[in-house]
Write a protein that binds this ligand. Structure first.
Ligand SMILES: *Cc1c(COP(=O)(O)O)cnc(C)c1O
Length: 384
């Protein structure tokens, strides 16, 4: 057997903090490593595999599309893309009417920033402290964490940051040059910080008054994760643009920027070679169909509630606070999360960090109650 770790270490730019496991297979909420060890997945590849790993519908759709047409230049129409767009807008908020399709989340954010500048003819943006929007220059400029930014500066000018859920501080940053405000409905990377309805409603009103575009980043919260198809449904507001990616196509790389009618861009001003390619679109149709057929948002809601109630029956000395919305769960610890993550991995449970002290759980929404019980049992062993 080849030494996969050594090969990766030899040839891949070493930007990722690495777990000492080679994953080779997945099915629903289970993963397997190259020694045949089985894991319960509470990460879903960072909220990507919401419909489970290697979902049968997606596997079939990709296989059929691959045998038919893999690639198609965006200068041509394509049947699968048309059907994907129809499917996407059957579940999207009603005021969002058209999309720009991408291959990743950061590209969707990048498009939002470019479009906001083009439409408003203004250049400044407000984002939030602890917010995360991606790694390319525009999206990185909207991302708060110093360690992601420092060696790449200078970034795109005009970005400023307000504390999350603090309307006063945000409104102080607004001026005549503000083109857009970008917010996550729940901060994911930033530690599972849940957005307050009143805050978002005030921001929406401010945006209307000042001709500012409100960009809602649903890349992590989107597609049933928080107990609704999109987390914005909890907030009772409309976005001018909404970014999607991660779970949009059952694990196949894809992203989308959804736009309201305010967003009008001239032909030829933006584009992508692979964005909205037939394979991604086929996977996306299958993925959204699966969510609808299984009312996956209801499953996320019920399972999240179940998880919270079960975990709260125990006294966990290492836990400071539990934050949960649907199956988007943050366990704030009194100490660093890294040793806990490693201990859980040894016990066959895959989890994620969010910052240094938060244990982040984003399981596939199809996870069985039996697997949830096992995961809770192991969490209690490690956190008690
Ligand atoms: C993951 C993520 C992104 C970036 O998506 P990529 O596909 O990694 O570029 C942007 N915003 C949020 C909220 C995310 O969780």
């Amino acid at each position: 057997m080849k030494d996969y770790k050594a090969l990766t270490q030899q040839y891949e730019i070493d930007v990722y903090p690495r777990r000492d496991v080679v994953l080779v297979k997945g099915k629903d909420a289970r993963l397997w490593d190259d020694n045949g060890k089985e894991y319960i997945d509470l990460a879903a590849g960072i909220s990507v595999a919401n419909i489970g790993h290697s979902n049968e519908k997606v596997v079939d759709a990709i296989s059929k599309q691959a045998a038919t047409l893999i690639t198609c230049a965006n200068t041509f129409y394509n049947d699968t893309k048309a059907l994907f767009l129809e499917k996407l807008f059957s579940v999207a908020p009603a005021n969002l009417t058209r999309a720009f399709l991408t291959n990743s989340g950061t590209e969707a954010v990048e498009a939002a920033i470019k479009f906001a500048r083009a439409v408003t003819k203004k250049t400044k943006f407000i984002a939030t402290m602890k917010g995360f929007h991606g790694r390319t220059y525009g999206a990185l400029s909207a991302t708060y964490k110093k360690e992601y930014r420092d060696i790449f500066e200078p970034l795109v000018p005009g970005f400023s940051f307000a504390p999350y859920n603090n309307f006063e501080k945000l409104s102080e940053l607004v001026d005549d040059g503000t083109a857009g405000i970008i917010l996550e409905p729940v901060q994911g990377e930033g530690g599972i910080n849940i957005g307050q309805k009143e805050y978002f409603q005030k921001v929406r009103k401010l945006c209307d008054e000042k001709n500012i575009l409100l960009i809602i980043d649903e890349i992590q919260t989107g597609f049933c994760r928080t107990g609704k198809m999109f987390a914005i449904e909890h907030l009772g507001i409309e976005a001018d643009m909404m970014t999607l990616a991660k779970s949009i196509a059952g694990g196949f790389p894809m992203g989308a920027l959804l736009c309201s009618d305010k967003i009008q861009i001239e032909k030829g001003k933006h584009g992508s070679t692979f964005g909205g390619n037939p394979l991604a679109c086929a996977a996306g149709i299958a993925s959204i169909d699966f969510m609808l057929e299984n009312k996956l948002w209801e499953q996320a809601e019920a399972k999240g509630k179940y998880f919270r109630e079960k975990l709260e029956q125990h006294t966990l000395s290492k836990m400071r606070e539990l934050r949960q919305i649907g199956l988007m769960i943050g366990i704030e610890l009194k100490d660093k999360s890294h040793p806990v993550i490693i201990e859980l991995l040894e016990k066959g449970i895959v989890t994620l960090p969010a910052g240094t002290t938060v244990l982040r759980l984003l399981p596939p929404l199809v996870i069985s109650y039996e697997d949830l019980d096992t995961a809770i049992e192991k969490l209690v062993e490690v956190l008690k």
